[in-house]
Design a protein around this ligand. Structure first.
Ligand code: MG
Ligand code: ZN
Length: 365
């Protein structure tokens, strides 16, 4: 009898153990995908929902709000806000991952690399533009694109997809927008695959890293963009997921902000819907993988946008208004899914993004 009780207890323990291994997701994520909608406030999301009917951001259960002020200003710019998200620290407007008193701030990409994770940056602007740049570059001014391109070249980031090859070719080249004769594309080509056209992407074989810069400066607007942001997001995930230690990927919908600056409602909505499609790809991956944290947020709101009238039935915003052509200080939403997602709920500050990601990466060490 005693033997049977022993066997019974043993089976209980072992079944408990195996279900723990199979069913319980890890407390901290193996992979992290951070989506940033530049200038994506709640009205911008609301307008895109009215026009599209349903958005992928509605799939998230953990939702919070973030304050976005910078060290220097109540109204942040993209450089200071991206620095807060990339490092967990505030800095002054225009500065990239350097503190207001001049100290280099370590970024989540650099922490991830220390953990032997694969890393990637995807944007619809030049890859040297403030938001993606803050994740790898340390410069006093976001305008120093030539210097930022050099730091990106030396960063060892596995996947770089976006625009801006003009900053990576020597000033003697026709399309160059560099200040010197350095050929950074040639430098990158020594250690990774470098492509510049959609055709090259179509015929790309198996790679473990990729630099794809598809325009001299910024990528075209969503309707003309080839490859699309979702295609780039999918390719980035596919490459980065090969790393058994996991990955960290930042994807930016850069041009929602430009629609706001131009007070162009249709531009805002089409760019937001394009980012939302990419978010769906990230969520699909995370849902099947169960070890991936997906975060969606904005660096600030742009335009002081408000919806005044429209129709759900006709999927139209018929009356709206921008109160300015610059950024505003309104809080931005944050959505999270996967291990660690509940740490983004409630009201916080944009430094929470960087602080939480760094905490997760340190817990992995
Ligand atoms: Mg940006
Ligand atoms: Zn802006």
């Amino acid at each position: 009898m005693r033997f049977f009780i022993f066997v019974f207890l043993l089976s209980l323990v072992s079944s408990g153990l195996s279900s723990a291994v199979n069913a319980v997701p890890p407390a901290t994520p193996k992979n992290i995908i951070l989506f940033i909608g530049d200038g994506m406030g709640l009205s911008q999301i609301s307008a895109a929902k009215i026009v599209s009917g349903q958005l992928n951001v509605e799939r998230f259960k953990h939702i919070g709000l973030l304050t976005t002020h910078s060290y220097s200003d109540l109204v942040t710019d993209s450089a200071a806000s991206a620095t807060a998200m990339a490092t967990g620290y505030k800095t002054s407007n225009k500065m990239l991952s350097i503190s207001a008193d001049g100290k280099v701030l370590k970024t989540v990409i650099e922490y991830a690399q220390e953990n032997n994770k694969a890393t990637g940056l995807v944007a619809t602007s030049s890859i040297t533009h403030a938001t993606p740049a803050a994740f790898v570059a340390h410069v006093n001014s976001r305008k120093e694109h030539s210097l930022i391109a050099e730091q990106i070249t030396q960063s060892g980031v596995d996947v770089l997809l976006g625009g801006g090859w003009g900053y990576f070719v020597p000033s003697t080249t026709a399309d160059s927008i560099r200040w010197d004769n350095k050929n950074l594309l040639a430098q990158l080509a020594l250690t990774t695959t470098v492509i510049q056209t959609e055709q090259e992407l179509n015929s790309l074989g198996e790679v473990n890293s990729l630099v794809g810069l598809f325009s001299v400066q910024h990528l075209p607007k969503a309707a003309q963009r080839k490859p699309s942001l979702s295609r780039l997001t999918k390719k980035a995930i596919e490459i980065l997921a090969k790393n058994s230690n996991g990955f960290l990927l930042m994807v930016e919908g850069s041009q929602i902000d430009w629609g706001g600056h131009e007070n162009d409602q249709d531009y805002v909505i089409s760019e937001l819907m394009d980012l939302d499609k990419s978010i769906g790809i990230g969520l699909d991956f995370a849902e099947s993988d169960q070890q991936t944290l997906v975060i969606v947020t904005a660096d600030h709101e742009t335009g002081g946008f408000a919806i005044h009238d429209g129709s759900l039935q006709d999927k139209q915003v018929t009356a709206s208004e921008f109160t300015r052509t610059k950024h505003t200080a309104t809080m931005v939403p944050v959505f999270a899914y996967g291990p660690g997602a509940s740490d983004f709920s409630g009201i916080g500050d944009n430094t929470r993004i960087g602080k939480n990601i760094i905490r997760f990466l340190k817990a992995n060490e």
